[in-house]
Design a protein around this ligand. Structure first.
Ligand code: GAL
Length: 712
């Protein structure tokens, strides 16, 4: 080798030395894993303890690797992982966590960082799940408990395969400040990382595989899908009882009441011990409430006060910094877990408390420990920040699991790995429109989100907010601070009651939707972009003119962030205060009005003026919606309820009704059934409905069945 060639060889070697040869292994059907460098011992899947739901994944079947492997690259530079995934021209991206204002993520620059949402989609959010889904039908997940920098189709390499065309700004009007980018690039600040790719063929399939890989979605207890109200701070046991009585007297449904700060002897920092002046006999109180059909949910944050009886035992297992002077337990250590969760179990769970609202585990930076904090396990402040919400969810959920009793509560932070956790995310931000966009994005982020009603300026706003609460994973009134009651605005009190009653009647539908989340990974609340019959069609410059004449093509070329799917059958298009009419994009296929069964449209944009009483909801052709009688509380464990089965449209109807005892984990041992419901038309055009027989030895909560042919 001449000297010159030798030099070139050395140069080439130096340049490629850190480029990783990526080996993809199919670890579950349609789920592919690559190990880049030396991954850290602690990651999101380890923190959450998520294990794949293998049966659901197997049912989905094997699938080919969805990308050109040679187009994916990884290199390690400066002790960090640089990842690059290809993008095609007409491809849109969804996900990257619980975003509040945008659904389309292509072109975004984000730093995924657990935080309270700060009014801008910049990666800092309650669940910055490092997972994205493509409209081309695949998903990518980076399993790192780190702040990950994402360039979601914003950066251009000079060796790009599809480089942007160079244009002269002086003369070319089509010059753009953001040239075309053909890749998603990510910077993971760790010496190695596990990366997963989820096959399609549809975007929904990729989401399902991600959810199932994370253990499948949560199946809440039936009561968790009923109404919940939170009471004022410092309320006493007697005041809580009076609140429950008021709901009962007004005939307003209620399944659980949340106690805000005040039930503990100290708060901010907390003791996790009852305040004996406000709650002299917690066990008797919890029991009495339960007998009235009301469960209790307790607010807390996990920052422990020096006044807690177990403080000294806990101290060695806490981080270097305090939060509101409370110590921060290192929940990766069994000693910290045994002390804190042991206290919760003994003092609250064992006397019948149904769940928690775990506050302040997300941010803000001024409250939480800084990144320079250290923890006795050796985890860094950053790793703890990315996973603290996961850890508290995981280990509180464990207490309930060990008691064979389901829980359903609230939390302010989660991450990948948290799909099966029995928690719903909430925050202090309060923009109704953004709450709906968050609901849409929750379906891409492997979490649940509640658009809670907290307060409102007008009766109209209160009603509009309550309408979306009804079509959400947790029907929550969190008006403890404003003191607003469902009936506070007399002019809309009846409408609100009607909506709340509807929520309860729809319980069999909600419950089956959640069962599909659990067993099949289908998010119960999700974007229209995951819907069959809907496809993202980017705007083509050349057909701009045609678009103006074709409102549907125009609509699907834009981001849709104000309408969503609730279960398989329903498209919900909320109105916000001040609006009297709105546009609704109906995907291809026939759609019907939820309330009347009247035909509404097919692959078109309709304008609706529903009046104040109604939230526009449309039902897919051939859908079956099982309803139960209006009840003030969810059916008790194993209680039989009658069903009114509604059918919409023209197509033959097929539905799977999920049934189990509604409260325990016996379904994990096979104690559940899927009852087949069908609707067909006979030769004379008469509709006929059937429901398969109950299975001997399995739970059966179905009483009498009646049928309702909507719109007929
Ligand atoms: C906030 C929380 C609110 C409420 C409040 C009580 O941090 O987000 O929903 O619980 O604390 O002090």
């Amino acid at each position: 080798m001449t000297k010159r060639y030798y030099f070139l060889f050395i140069l080439l070697f130096a340049f490629t030395a850190n480029a990783q040869n990526i080996q993809w292994t199919q670890v579950q059907p349609g789920v592919w894993k690559a190990v880049i460098g030396k991954p850290e011992a602690y990651d999101l899947l380890k923190a959450s303890g998520a294990t794949p739901a293998t049966t659901g994944l197997q049912q989905m079947g094997k699938a080919d690797f969805p990308l050109q492997q040679q187009d994916i690259s990884a290199r390690i530079v400066d002790g960090k992982v640089y990842l690059r995934f290809p993008l095609q021209k007409e491809e849109q991206l969804f996900g990257f966590g619980l975003n509040f204002q945008t659904v389309y993520q292509r072109g975004k620059i984000l730093q995924l960082h657990v935080d309270h949402f700060g009014g801008k989609d910049n990666g800092r959010t309650h669940a910055p799940t490092p997972f994205y889904v493509s409209s081309k039908g695949y998903g990518v997940f980076v399993n790192a408990a780190r702040y990950i920098n994402v360039y979601a189709g914003s950066a251009v390499r000079k060796d790009s395969k599809n480089p942007p065309v160079e244009k002269d700004r002086n003369t070319d009007k089509s010059w753009a400040s953001r040239p075309y980018s053909d890749a998603v690039e990510m910077l993971v600040p760790a010496g190695g990382v596990e990366v997963y790719v989820f096959s399609g063929p549809t975007a929904m399939d990729a989401v399902r595989r991600f959810n199932l890989f994370n253990g499948g979605g949560v199946l809440p207890p039936r009561w968790g899908l009923g109404f919940t109200q939170r009471v004022k701070t410092l309320y006493t046991a007697d005041e809580v009882k009076a609140e429950a009585k008021a709901f009962e007297e007004k005939g307003f449904p209620l399944d659980f009441i949340g106690l805000e700060p005040g039930w503990q002897s100290k708060a901010y920092p907390c003791t996790l011990e009852w305040d004996k002046t406000r709650y002299p006999d917690p066990a008797a109180f919890v029991k009495e409430m339960k007998e009235k059909g009301i469960r209790l949910n307790l607010w807390t944050n996990p920052y422990i006060s020096s006044a807690a009886s177990y403080y000294k035992d806990l101290l060695p297992y806490t981080g270097s910094h305090t939060v509101w002077t409370g110590v921060v337990p290192d929940f990766t250590l069994p000693q910290a877990r045994n002390t804190v969760f042991g206290q919760m179990k003994k003092s609250q769970v064992d006397i019948g408390v149904s769940g928690y609202k775990i506050d302040e585990v997300d941010g803000y930076d001024h409250y939480l420990w800084p990144d320079v904090a250290t923890f006795p396990s050796g985890l860094s402040g950053e790793q703890m920040r990315q996973t603290f919400g996961l850890l508290v969810q995981r280990y509180t959920a464990d207490i309930y699991h060990q008691k064979n009793q389901r829980t359903y509560g609230l939390v302010r932070a989660s991450n990948a790995g948290g799909v099966s956790m029995p928690y719903v995310i909430y925050d202090d931000y309060y923009n109704h429109e953004d709450f709906i966009t968050a609901l849409i994005n929750s379906g891409f982020a492997g979490v649940l989100w509640t658009p809670e009603a907290r307060a409102s300026k007008t009766a109209e706003e209160w009603l509009r907010r309550m309408q979306t609460v009804v079509f959400s994973p947790m029907a929550m009134i969190n008006a403890w601070s404003s003191g607003t009651k469902p009936w506070s605005y007399p002019e809309v009190a009846d409408q609100i009651k009607a909506m709340a009653t509807l929520r309860m009647q729809m319980m069999p539908y909600w419950y089956s939707a959640f069962a599909r989340y659990h067993f099949e990974g289908i998010p119960p609340f999700r974007s229209i972009n995951l819907e069959e019959g809907f496809s993202y069609e980017p705007k083509k410059e050349s057909v701009n003119k045609n678009l103006e004449e074709n409102p549907y093509a125009e609509a699907v070329s834009k981001e849709i962030k104000d309408q969503y799917m609730a279960g398989d059958a329903l498209l919900v298009a909320p109105l916000f205060a001040g609006q009297t009419s709105r546009k609704v994009v109906l995907p291809k296929g026939k759609w019907y009005d939820f309330y009347t069964g009247a035909y509404a449209g097919n692959g078109e944009v309709i304008t609706v003026t529903p009046g104040l009483d109604k939230i526009p909801v449309y039902v897919k052709d051939g859908s079956i919606i099982p309803m139960m009688p209006p009840m003030l509380h969810a059916p008790k464990k194993g209680e039989k309820v009658d069903l009114e089965i509604r059918y919409y449209g023209e197509k033959p109807g097929q539905y799977k009704l999920y049934d189990d005892d509604g409260e325990t984990f016996d379904y994990e041992k096979g104690q559940y059934t899927w009852r087949d419901i069908t609707v067909t038309k006979d030769n004379n055009g008469q509709l006929k409905g059937t429901i398969s027989a109950p299975v001997t030895g399995k739970p059966n909560t179905v009483g009498n069945v009646t049928w309702k042919w909507m719109g007929k």
